[in-house]
Design a protein around this ligand. Structure first.
Ligand SMILES: Cc1cc2nc3c(=O)[nH]c(=O)nc-3n(C[C@H](O)[C@H](O)[C@H](O)COP(=O)(O)OP(=O)(O)OC[C@H]3O[C@@H](n4cnc5c(N)ncnc54)[C@H](O)[C@@H]3O)c2cc1C
Length: 320
């Protein structure tokens, strides 16, 4: 069976959900092989999970050096594995960093890149959602090994046993790969909420919130259902919440199971980042707001009345 390489994203020794989605998606094409690139011990920490989700092999590319540089070493290591394994495709998650890895890798191996796939097919063709989700296209790389970035939450991760046979990969970084060096790392203070990019439920607030202090209404709603908090650009530009929370064309692209838009009009640039959400709920006092064209469920009403009532009801139900 054709081998499909999956680049593993792991944080503090645990595999990110997006990698489990990739291992599941890879099975449409062939047999997934996970690639762990990191510091010594990185693979041992995640091997069990990779086996659970169908990794037949785990390529272990470990080096003390890797963490000290940006994306170029990852592309270099992946290229050497591609040469060794001749896979049917390489899958990476659609983060900004991985998209750069994908582009560099495709250049090195003479393949093509498909970004932001929402479906991966048996023949390594993909479905992409483009122009803010207004159009879906089928694409296929016509020469070389396809390098595909897959959007988070596009595939439901499903376990399947795999042997996870370890294959050690020598890491010898070229001077070019070491051209850009990490000089400092600052760990972002993180709350208990899930991260926006891979959350399965998101509650976002817009200009309708009227001020930073009112975002506590969004946070309470999000916490009642274990959701991440997002925002429109109007809210981030106003300084009510940090820019990392912006959803949309110039912010984060999300595709959760449930997206609740509160006091957001639904401008095309906002829709571009959330239109592929599975279920969209909108709360807006203007019945003509464009977000209602997109919403599966809409509440026309004042968010200051509706959102707290929703939070109360959801909290009650959770407690039952
Ligand atoms: C190049 C470019 C890139 C952009 N990128 C992005 C992007 O990435 N993300 C993004 O979001 N935007 C982006 N924008 C901005 C975008 O065009 C909109 O201006 C922005 O999305 C509007 O945010 P909003 O919906 O919160 O505000 P508004 O459009 O002002 O809508 C506020 C909504 O709140 C409702 N409302 C007000 N009060 C209440 C209340 N009490 N109860 C209920 N509803 C209420 C109103 O009816 C209204 O529909 C971009 C623009 C450009 C030009």
């Amino acid at each position: 069976m054709a081998e499909v390489l999956v680049l593993v994203d792991a944080v503090d020794g645990s595999v990110k959900k997006s990698t489990l989605e990739l291992l599941t998606a890879a099975r449409a094409i062939g047999e997934p092989s996970a690639v762990v690139i990191g510091a010594p011990g990185a693979a041992a920490a995640v091997k069990g999970t990779l086996a659970e989700y169908g990794a037949a092999k785990v390529y272990v590319a470990e080096s003390d050096e890797i963490g000290g540089y940006l994306v170029a070493p990852k592309a270099e290591v992946l290229a050497s594995i591609v040469q060794q394994a001749s896979p049917a495709a390489v899958l990476v998650s659609s983060t900004s960093e991985n998209k750069e890895v994908a582009a560099r890798l495709a250049f090195k191996i003479g393949g093509g890149v498909l970004t932001d796939a929402v479906t991966v097919n048996e023949d390594a063709s993909v479905v992409q959602s483009i122009f803010g989700g207004a159009v879906t296209v089928q694409s296929k790389v016509s020469q070389g090994v396809p390098v595909i970035t897959v959007r988070a939450n596009s595939v439901a991760p499903s376990p399947a046993p795999g042997a996870a046979e370890a294959v050690s990969v020598a890491v010898e970084l070229s001077d070019t790969a070491k051209a850009a060096k990490v000089v400092d790392r600052v760990v972002e203070a993180k709350g208990t909420r899930p991260s926006l990019a891979d959350a399965s439920v998101i509650v976002s607030g817009g200009r309708g919130m009227g001020g930073a202090e009112n975002f506590k209404i969004i946070e309470a709603l999000a916490d009642s259902i274990g959701a991440a908090v997002g925002a429109s650009r109007a809210a981030t530009d106003a300084g009510w919440v940090p820019h990392q929370m912006q959803v949309g064309q110039t912010g984060v692209t999300v595709s959760p199971q449930l997206y609740i838009a509160v006091g957001i009009s639904g401008a095309i640039q906002h829709r571009a980042g959330m239109q592929t959400s599975k279920t969209i709920v909108a709360i807006n006092k203007d019945p003509e707001a464009p977000i209602f064209e997109l919403a599966d469920f809409g509440v026309v009403g004042d968010l200051f009345t509706v959102a707290p009532q929703l939070t109360e009801e959801l909290t009650k139900r959770r407690a039952q």
